[in-house]
Design a protein around this ligand. Sequence first.
Ligand SMILES: *[C@@H]1O[C@H](CO)[C@@H](O)[C@H](O)[C@H]1NC(C)=O
Ligand SMILES: *[C@@H]1O[C@H](CO)[C@@H](O)[C@H](O)[C@H]1NC(C)=O
Ligand SMILES: *[C@@H]1O[C@H](CO)[C@@H](O)[C@H](O)[C@H]1NC(C)=O
Length: 219
Amino acid sequence: MAKPVLLVPIFTLFIMVSLFSSGSSQTMPNEQKTWCIANPLASNSALAANIESICSQLNCSSINPRGSCFEPNTRIHHASFVMNLYYQANGRHLADCNFINSGLVSLNDPSKCVLNSSSSYHGFVVQETWCVAKPGTSDELLQLNINFACNLVDCSAATRSGGVCYSPSTLINHASYAMNLYYQITGRKKSNCNFRETGLIVSSDPSYGNCSYGISPMQ
Ligand SMILES: *[C@@H]1O[C@H](CO)[C@@H](O)[C@H](O)[C@H]1NC(C)=O
Ligand SMILES: *[C@@H]1O[C@H](CO)[C@@H](O)[C@H](O)[C@H]1NC(C)=O
Ligand SMILES: *[C@@H]1O[C@H](CO)[C@@H](O)[C@H](O)[C@H]1NC(C)=O
């Protein structure tokens, strides 16, 4: 006769969940953490400029050769680390992860090499999401993601020389394009941006110049 006893708390929980979701179906819970990462489409020079300007204000010793977040030693990983440092230090407003459109707000923790995020979204509404590769993912895993996704979706805009998303010609850019397209086409399920834990769901549109991260009518 345990069932009737359990009904009350379960029903109460149901009411609480209903109240919560009806008031904020489009808004993330206050406890939701966010991070800032570099856009895989950002140029090397834009990333270098971000590192220089942020590190003139904040302590970037972690990405120095003996720092705990030096590895993997890539520009996009170092830029992501310091862009997130800046974003966290300034209170996690959308504008603090813009960096002339070279930053993306991530809804997943990009790596151990970031400061803790403990604040809210400041009420911004998450309407659309995109999927990109984690800065710092190995070339082997990026290539596996490209092979997997491009077997199922048309990645030519990024993988064909001259395609609108080909530049910058880096594995992380091409993999991010492929992973996002797969994520969009399969209905933006969280699990479809996992890719052996190398994917990040972001709430900023990575589209840049003529390169669109939406689903084009042709596809
Ligand atoms: C920068 O941070 C490192 C480690 O987090 C610390 O050892 C160092 O003293 C800091 N430097 C300054 C100038 O605050
Ligand atoms: C992040 O949070 C965890 C648990 O709350 C804590 O143990 C860790 O020291 C924090 N790291 C930093 C860099 O603040
Ligand atoms: C975008 O496409 C248009 C038309 O094809 C072209 O004129 C323009 O130069 C392109 N812009 C960039 C940034 O590639």
